[in-house]
Design a protein around this ligand. Sequence first.
Ligand code: G3P
Length: 218
Amino acid sequence: MKFFVDTADTEEIRELADTGLLDGVTTNPSLIAKSGRDFFDVIKEICSLVDGPVSAEVAATDYDTMLEEGKKLAGLADNVAVKVPLTMAGLKTCSQLAKQGTQVNVTLCFSAAQAILAAKAGAAYISPFVGRLDDIGQDGMNMISDVVQIYANYPAFQTEVLVASIRNPTHIVNSALMGADVCTVPPQVLKQLVSHPLTDKGLAAFLADWEKTGQKIL
Ligand code: G3P
């Protein structure tokens, strides 16, 4: 399973990239606004920090403008994946950009039916939002299970399932159990993944016992 980080904070990205655990980055207009920085500067900087795909989202809603924006974003760096919303204009843009060899991430997916359309449009990634479905009392992970199963039924579908709107480590573990390709994870959830109180307790005990031996490795 691949790990992307869902942020436009370049310091956080740099820190995570150094761990070797990071396979890509996703951004969205809200994350760009939160960064307070120029969109193009941020995307170019992120693309220089990671080798994997960096999602940059169009801002238009009509096909012609979305396509032009998508081409401009794709020209910023080789590893840009253009992000388009799951609307009819977004799917049409996806189809056209994919034909031109651009990686497209179709975002704001809230149903398996929508995910089928994204695969047919040649998306490199489909981003189903699990947390936002949970927030309205539905089970986001059921959608992931359905999408993974549907895509597996049709080997011609090359679209990777990129689980988005992740709120906790359980979303990630269940995504892995279901065989989702990618999780895009907020930095704070990535940090939660590594923590376990028994790891901390066990390490403290090992270090205390090692101290008693009076030995050194270096
Ligand atoms: O980047 C798309 C998605 O991950 C947003 O998540 O937390 O705003 O629902 P959230």
